[in-house]
Design a protein around this ligand. Structure first.
Ligand code: DQA
Length: 155
């Protein structure tokens, strides 16, 4: 059974209580449970990982790059949080693993918010982008990943 990674960056462990008007009241464990049910339904094994540390996220992307090359991972749904707007290192990590499809996902519509959220270092390296659908965006991103990459197909 192939693995899918749902990866969350800084402050997303606070989902549910963090700025609920912006991010809603669903907690990260709730989001992960939704994603797990969806992956199980579709025949994939889900791993969820959250870190407030850039290096830990990079290590995880590299690990999944190796799994993808070995044929045992389908891809990754990634909400990089504020690192979206700052991290050349995460951009390079995704480029560096060369192949692993990474779907960038944001709960809020970053383009309707402050100007500093309009630029993403991740988008040029991402296979696709889901923005502004609340926590349902994680499921939309999983759906897009599976629809375009299942059975070796690429969009
Ligand atoms: C976010 C948007 C980012 O700008 C912010 O720093 C986050 C969450 C989102 O999911 O909407 O931490 O990635």
């Amino acid at each position: 059974m192939k693995k899918i990674l749902v990866l969350n960056g800084p402050n997303l462990n606070l989902l549910g209580t963090r700025e609920p008007a912006q991010y809603g009241t669903t907690t990260l464990p709730d989001v992960e449970a939704m994603c797990r049910a969806e992956c199980e339904r579709r025949g994939y094994e889900l791993e969820c990982f959250q870190s407030n540390w850039e290096g830990a996220l990079i290590d995880k992307i590299q690990e999944y790059g190796r799994l993808w090359k070995a044929g045992s991972a389908l891809g990754c749904v990634f909400n990089p949080g504020a690192f979206t707007h700052t991290s050349v290192a995460l951009h390079d990590a995704i480029k560096g693993v060369d192949g692993l499809p990474v779907i960038e996902c944001h709960i809020s519509n970053v383009h309707a918010r402050e100007a500093f959220r309009h630029h993403s270092y991740i988008s040029p390296a991402a296979a696709g982008i889901i923005v502004g659908f609340g926590v349902q965006g994680y499921l939309i991103a999983l759906d897009g990943l599976v629809r375009t990459r299942e059975n070796g197909s690429a969009a």
